[in-house]
Ligand binder design. Sequence first.
Ligand SMILES: *Cc1c(COP(=O)(O)O)cnc(C)c1O
Length: 426
Amino acid sequence: MEKKAFLSREKAEEIAAKFPTPFHIYDEEGIRKNAERVKEAFSWNRGFKEYFAVKATPNPFILKLLKECGCGVDCSSMAELMMSRGSGFSGEEIMFSSNDTPAEEFAYARKLGAFINFDDLTLIDYYEKQVGDFPETMCCRFNPGGHFRIANKIMDNPGDAKYGFTKEQLFEGFRILKDRGVKHFGLHAFLASNTVSNDYYPLLSGQLFALARELKEELGVHIRFVNLSGGIGVPYKPEDEENDIFRIAEGVKEQYDAILKSTGMDDVEIYTEMGRFMLAPYGALITRAIHEKHIYKEYIGVDACAADLMRPAMYSAYHHITVLGKENNSADNIYDVTGSLCENNDKFAIDRKLPKIETGDLLFIHDTGAHGYSMGYNYNGRLRSAEVLLHPDGSFELIRRAENMHDYFATFDCFDVLKDMEYVQE
Ligand SMILES: *Cc1c(COP(=O)(O)O)cnc(C)c1O
């Protein structure tokens, strides 16, 4: 897929004049249009709802925007639950899909009226002892073990993943929960990540629908929803093909009609918990080239670092880079694009063909809208960047300010940062 920046150099400079680089920027129009497509694609299912995975982009402005598009939220921690409540979500608009969960987080989710998705059989007992009564609807997460394949290609390795119930445990869990008075059930699984394939959800839904049918037939329980979770990928690389959400939804519908509808289970609601697909392409990291270095390789040093975007350092992930204003120049230079961390893996690109970069150029690092800012950290005392929202009319808004030294030093009680700040600014 052709990779094009959603921002011109002029606009980026206009924003940078107000909010210095580096910053993450999100494209409101792109987010809305994509969310509308998702909703339309699954509109054949009456109860369909996308529960946006908050961990991908935990920002109240983004969450509110998605709420306007009809989305709920998927949380897995106290802070994510709090942010969701603060952004206007309540009750069944919240899915709590966590693991290794502390009791107080279950209690808070229960208080909010959220759907609770158990990650393990032992949690039934734990919850009962530490939290109390079960809500009318409960969800459990399934892990089939083994490998997950699409057309014989191994996509991921659930047998090695810490999540979910085995199949046997699932039957036992549903039986116990039914005895405890639970009336409606949800079934959840997340078996492969960043799938650039229109077959993932259809294959997964086939497995889950068949299991839902078995559970219903054997235990006489009412299956209220099947939660396909996240895992729908985006084309990070120019050679990747874009997923087609309409084809994906159509594939799920075929399974639904064949497995559920034919047995009268045609009230089962489909939920998703996409993070990456909802946001990744509609966010970018804007950073300025501040140094060039010529040793055994050619380096461009930028003012962002892995603390702003960890995926390249952590997973060797590819993020496309556009040099703003040089979109049409030929890419005849080979660079490593680096941040300042004292870690040699702090590189946004390695041996990347790019147009000639001058100090002062703005770089648009693509697809940082999900799992970008949110994976940020403070190594080397680097501060987290600002987040900016670009509105459809070209206006823009600061939706999270950049961290400053006060934030960084706020957790020390023992020395006075303010004095040091004054000294720096003298
Ligand atoms: C991370 C996560 C998601 C979102 O995954 P994406 O790959 O961003 O779609 C959804 N559900 C759960 C439980 C997760 O942990």
